[in-house]
Design a protein around this ligand. Structure first.
Ligand code: PAP
Length: 305
């Protein structure tokens, strides 16, 4: 594919992002994204976790894996959530149009995948399937601060490319962010969840963190595998907490994943609500809140401030 035909914007240091269908991606992901868009045909019982980067993907991967594989959830102690639940674009379709990982399982256990791709690029894929989608969103200010930490961690070996929070804020507000614009990403799935509530569940990081027990149960119901024992739910909440997950060697590893240039440990930091208050200036908070009002609140979606 000829990348030079796509719009591009400077992003970080000499790196740039390219635009595909109105959303911005690292150039090395364009071909992989297109493979997913053109070739992924979800089975009716596939389960897909969708997030804008830094919205709590790693956490919900571990929870969904635990809900769907109750007998093998001890695997969380030895495998990183990102290896247990592969990203369609970064792992499953990274190299091939028809990857082996897509073979239908011999039993009727659902396949569980994740993606950061926006609905606007997956409209045909998702509209033509009865698969289940769980969309997790998070306050934009916390997303931005989490992303800024993450990117600086992956650039650690190259201090020339460190990224100031002001630069990161400018890019985020301009929509030039990995898989951005954030607001279009969230709204695409929010609208879809209202249209197809049986297939698409929309959850927020904040409500999940405030009531993880209630949300694990709701997710079990949504996925058609409700819990009979409250204890089982409590176990999942505990096993997927940031304290427990980040204590495992596999998640403490400084080695880079095979599919992205960032260390395994960079996916665990604080996992709190409102950490932006420790980093963003009042001016930046106001700037993002104004955008949130324009993009979310004006549509009646009272979220993100
Ligand atoms: P990704 O989209 O690149 O996969 P993602 O997992 O969404 O990343 O983002 C990591 C954030 O989730 C981090 O947030 P923070 O920077 O604000 O701390 C990380 O700490 C948080 N996180 C990871 N695991 C958990 C967990 N078990 N519970 C709560 N938050 C978590």
């Amino acid at each position: 594919m000829d990348l030079s035909s796509l719009p591009r914007e400077k992003w970080l240091g000499d790196d740039y992002l390219v635009q595909l269908g109105g959303f911005w991606f690292l150039p090395q992901f364009v071909k992989k994204n297109k493979r997913v868009i053109n070739n992924y045909k979800p089975l009716p019982n596939d389960v897909i976790l969708v997030t804008f980067p830094k919205s709590g993907t790693t956490w919900l991967k571990s929870i969904l894996y635990s809900i769907l594989n109750r007998s093998s959830r001890h695997k969380l102690a030895v495998e990183h959530p990102h290896d247990l639940v592969p990203f369609l674009e970064a792992q499953v379709f990274a190299e091939a149009d028809e990857p082996l990982a897509l073979a239908a399982p011999s039993d009727d256990r659902p396949r569980l995948f994740a993606t950061h791709l926006p609905y606007q690029l997956l409209t045909k894929t998702l509209d033509s399937s009865e698969c289940k989608v769980i969309y997790l969103t998070r306050n934009p200010k916390d997303v931005l601060v989490s992303l800024w930490h993450f990117v600086n961690k992956w650039n650690m070996e190259n201090p020339d490319r460190s990224w100031s929070l002001d630069e990161a804020t400018d890019k985020f507000c301009d929509g030039v962010s990995l898989c951005g614009p954030y607001y279009d990403h969230v709204l695409g799935y929010k609208e879809l969840s209202l249209k197809r509530p049986k297939n698409v569940m929309f959850v927020t990081f904040e409500e999940m963190l405030e009531d993880p027990h209630g949300y694990v149960k709701k997710l079990g119901d949504f996925l058609g595998c409700p819990f009979e024992e409250e204890e089982e739910v409590d176990d999942i909440v505990k096993n997927c907490s940031i304290e427990v997950l980040s204590s495992y060697d596999v998640n403490k590893s400084k080695e880079s994943t095979t599919w992205f240039p960032s260390p395994y440990n960079s996916f665990f930091r604080k996992g709190k609500i409102g950490d932006y208050k420790n980093y963003l200036s009042n001016e930046s908070v106001q700037r993002i809140d104004t955008l949130t009002k324009e993009r979310f609140h004006s549509l009646g979606f009272m979220y993100g401030i």
